[in-house]
Design a protein. Structure first.
Length: 575
């Protein structure tokens, strides 16, 4: 829960941070991105979260609290239950014999403060905390999921279950499971039947994490309830089914893509969470270097041609393309997409959902889109020869086309198009840029530490010249001067995460991209026309200055963003 928009608007104008016209532009941006006005002010770099919090507290004449600097106690936090804390944007951070101190993002919520005072019989003092700070502090709620779900199911044990659609305890459990996954930042929920029980896991930052184990007798009830919610056949147990659930968590619309697959011990369910408030701010925020960013910007400023994004499932391809589409999305252009599924809504774009039942395939949809007077077209994925042919011809006839392919690196995208019967001279004429990418986990900022590492350790995995390039440099002493090479260091400082409650003791929090980007120069176009191998194209691209994903990963290690282990995990096999 955030501070009311009108009150925040008054505070910003009184502080003369922006003119009214500028503030209205920020508010319009917030509406377009489906985020709060506070978040928009921070993203636009008008003010930092901390300074905004202090400004609001001063204007409201209440004390400000920075929760990241306060030691939070689970028994004190428990005064406001976790679900209510999330819903109301509040938590108790201090308690003595007479007083409770409550951090709250909307001090106008007098009813909540009165309820806490009535419940505890103590005097309540309200402190202002930013919604962002509160969200980070909620991690201190130490939830025992096993106990929580067990208690929830036992609440309604006496209730008679009459139909599959009406199963109150399981309904509550699934609602809570979705809420929990959303707050934990999970991208997927896995419900996996085993011989004697079933396991629930969350995928967070690309890694699966066990959440709880429940009895096997409950499994069928859970699957049935999910089928009912996603309007799938509850009497079908031997074939795969796909569906969709739309719900709301903490005032945010959440779409879940449902996949059900029969395996050895029953039906496995995977629920992909698609958030309406997904952030597509800038390509630099995704981890793209300045050099690569320049290549991409030049490519999407072109009025025609093709930009292809490659990588395995879950490597962030769609996020990269959506971020580019956000940059070019103005009232002067017509952006139309054909996707399966539509993962995020882009206001102002015309997004088409593939529907095999009505023969609305990628190829047929793309044909129809070309009759809709588009400027830019996003083809969710090139899967077959027909779609590839139409997409290439669209790029050849004055449209800017974006698409994705499943290949291991940038250069392999071109032979993949050849396999789909795209003529080499057509690929050479239309493809402007190929982006290959992976996602690596970022080191947790809360527990980051530098570790002295022998140079030889890094040389086991990375070439000497690359290690020297990123580690043997001196920072510029005066602004504007480039970094200079220094003597080889026998020991290097490499960052790692120690592990803390904020990152679930993993040492990682969030993800960042590693990229390799081929801009098709005249020499590379000639190689493509001659149907050169991926190895030859890669060699030429490196000679022209391409940074490989492996090298980009090393760059991010030197910046303290990720670890050697993470880069090796996503870019190459390690024996």
């Amino acid at each position: 829960m955030h501070l009311p928009k009108e009150k925040l608007k008054t505070i910003v104008l009184q502080a003369k941070l922006l003119t009214e016209a500028e503030l209205n532009q920020v508010i319009a941006y917030a509406k377009q991105e489906n985020i709060s006005t506070e978040e928009a002010l921070i993203r636009k770099k008008v003010i930092s979260d901390l300074k905004l919090g202090k400004l609001v507290a001063t204007s409201l004449k209440i004390p400000f609290v920075e929760l990241s600097k306060v030691e939070l106690s689970p028994p004190v936090l428990a005064i406001i239950p976790e679900r209510i804390a999330h819903r109301t944007g509040s938590l108790v951070f201090y308690k003595d014999e007479k007083t409770l101190k409550v951090a709250i993002s909307n001090p106008d919520n007098i009813d909540l403060l009165k309820m806490i005072a009535h419940k505890t019989g103590l005097q309540v003092e309200a402190y202002y905390a930013t919604a962002k700070d509160l969200e980070k502090a909620f991690i201190h709620y130490k939830t025992d999921y096993q106990k929580l779900f067990k208690d929830l199911l036992s609440e309604d044990r006496s209730q008679i279950i009459t139909t599959a659609a009406h199963d109150p305890p399981v309904k509550k459990m699934i609602d809570l499971l979705i809420e929990t996954a959303q707050r934990e930042g999970a991208s997927d929920i896995h419900i996996e039947p085993r011989e004697r029980d079933f396991l629930i896991r969350f995928r967070v930052d690309g890694i699966l994490r066990d959440i709880l184990i429940l009895s096997k007798e409950l499994h069928d009830r859970v699957v049935t309830r999910i089928k009912v919610m996603s309007r799938l056949r509850i009497d079908e147990h031997l074939s795969s089914q796909d569906g969709k659930i739309s719900t709301k968590v903490d005032d945010e619309r959440l779409d879940l893509r449902i996949s059900i697959l029969p395996i050895a011990y029953g039906e496995k369910v995977v629920m992909r969470l698609l958030r309406s408030k997904a952030q597509f701010s800038t390509l630099a925020d995704l981890g793209m270097s300045k050099k690569d960013l320049t290549k991409v910007t030049q490519a999407f400023k072109s009025s025609y041609g093709m930009i292809v994004c490659t990588g395995p499932t879950g490597s962030g391809k769609t996020t990269t393309i959506y971020t580019i589409l956000k940059h070019i999305n103005t009232r002067e252009v017509n952006i139309t997409s054909i996707e399966d599924p539509i993962e995020y809504q882009i206001q102002g774009a015309n997004q088409v959902q593939v529907n095999e039942k009505t023969n609305l395939t990628f190829a047929n949809g793309l044909r129809s889109i070309l009759r809709q007077d588009p400027d830019s077209i996003f083809v969710g994925e090139i899967r077959d020869n027909e779609t590839a042919s139409i997409a290439v011809n669209a790029a050849l006839t004055g449209h800017l086309v974006f698409s994705t392919l499943h290949t291991n690196d940038a250069a392999t995208a071109l032979p993949r198009l050849f396999d789909m019967e795209v003529e080499p001279f057509l690929a050479a004429s239309t493809v402007n840029l190929i982006i290959a990418q992976r996602l690596v986990r970022k080191i947790c900022d809360k527990c980051k530490m530098g570790v002295e590492t022998p140079r030889e350790e890094l040389l086991k995995f990375f070439p000497e010249d690359k290690v020297s390039k990123y580690f043997d440099v001196n920072a510029a002493t005066e602004e504007g001067k480039p970094k200079t090479k220094s003597a080889k260091k026998s020991k290097l400082i490499i960052s790692k995460g120690k592990g803390c409650k904020f990152c679930h003791n993993s040492g990682y929090s969030g993800r960042v991209g590693v990229y390799e980007i081929i801009k098709l120069s005249e020499d590379i176009r000639n190689l493509v026309s001659e149907k050169a191998t991926a190895e030859t194209i890669t060699k030429q691209a490196i000679e022209e200055g391409m940074t490989t994903m492996f090298e980009d990963g090393l760059s991010k290690i030197s910046q303290g963003l990720t670890t050697v282990k993470e880069v090796l995990r996503v870019t190459k096999a390690v024996e």
